[in-house]
Design a protein around this ligand. Structure first.
Ligand code: FES
Length: 330
């Protein structure tokens, strides 16, 4: 038997035949995990002191940077001595380093009257190392940049974007003139800190328009990792015609996720839809806003108003996460 101390002070014992995750679970300690077979990376944990050995893991799940930092997959790691490990539930993650890379446009689809879905492919068999919810920037020929959240999940073969076409907008013109299927572009990715923080708190996601993209990525990532935190998703739009991706929403509702969804329309009154500003609807529905973690992505106006009103109503400002560049160049 070896003794494993978690940095927060909790301890558990592990037999040499057990991996560290099994040892923690059998002592009633919940550390993050997903597949339990060394392939998803959800259980990555830094070993601060002591020795471990790893059984087989899927190539690429632990990056060189992870290894340099002393991280192991605790679902495949066995203790070879007493250990001190980090508390991976509250790890402020080291974001993957951004890279400038070429991408090829694989597919373009229409999601509604003014939003398109673009799939991008990296060279060869590479997939992008990122946290669900992060964004990328296109680097245009004149050096200017446009930022878009990624709607795909880490590990997906293709990067998915949702882009709202704005009449006369520079990037919209670029899409029509230059972004044909099979065309090659340059991006920098991953960027940003809009990703899920470990916590036991229930989550409110607020998606204004194409702010749905990073939230789709985070929710699908939670589904893959069997993360069963309670989720309330608020989608805000002006009219019903502005909403999109109902198929993904229905799949989540029918999945094992603990999720409920509210659609809020500001400019149209429809049966079964709430009417008004999306963040104000959250405040009308949830009396104990202080008990949640809130992730908000949409126009700068939405994010700013939501932050002010939620904090005024008791939400600790450290529990509000946002990205606000979706409708406007930063
Ligand atoms: S890699 Fe350990 S739980 Fe998936």
């Amino acid at each position: 038997m070896f003794l494993v101390k978690i940095k927060n002070g909790v301890e558990f014992k592990v037999k040499p035949s057990q991996n560290l995750l099994e040892g923690a679970i059998s002592s009633g300690i919940n550390l993050p995990y997903g597949c339990r077979s060394g392939s998803c990376g959800a259980c990555k944990t830094k070993i601060l002191d002591g020795e471990v050995f790893h059984s087989d893991i899927m190539p690429g799940v632990l990056t060189d940077k992870d290894k340099e930092q002393g991280k192991y997959l605790i679902c495949r790691a066995h203790a070879a001595s007493d250990l001190i490990i980090e508390d991976s539930r509250f790890d402020e993650r080291d974001e993957p380093d951004p890279q400038i890379t070429p991408v090829r446009v694989e597919e373009i689809n229409k999601l509604n009257h003014d939003v398109i879905q673009i799939y991008l492919k990296l060279p060869g068999v590479n997939s992008l190392d990122f946290y669900a919810g992060q964004y990328l920037e296109f680097i245009l020929a004149d050096g200017s940049r446009r930022a878009f959240s990624m709607a795909s999940c880490p590990g997906d073969d293709l990067i998915e974007l949702h882009i709202r076409l704005i009449e006369g907008g520079k990037f919209t013109n670029f899409i029509f003139s230059d972004m044909k299927e099979k065309s090659i572009h340059r991006i920098e990715a991953p960027l940003g800190s809009f990703y899920l923080r470990e916590s036991d708190k229930p989550i409110i996601f607020i998606a204004g328009g194409t702010g749905f993209a990073p939230i789709k990525s985070i929710i699908n990532d939670m589904l893959r990792k069997q993360n069963n935190r309670k989720i309330i998703l608020y989608r805000g739009a002006r009219t019903y015609a502005d909403l999109y991706e109902d198929k993904a929403i229905n799949e989540w509702i029918q999945s094992d996720l603990d999720i409920s969804v509210e659609n809020v329309l500001s400019d149209e009154k429809l049966e079964n839809f709430k009417h008004g500003l999306v963040h104000q609807q959250v405040l009308m529905d949830e009396r104990n806003i202080k008990d949640y973690q809130i992730y908000c992505c949409g126009s700068p106006g939405l994010v700013e108003a939501a932050y002010k009103d939620f904090v005024k109503n008791g939400l600790p400002d450290s529990e509000f996460y946002s990205d606000a560049f979706t409708f406007a160049p930063r």
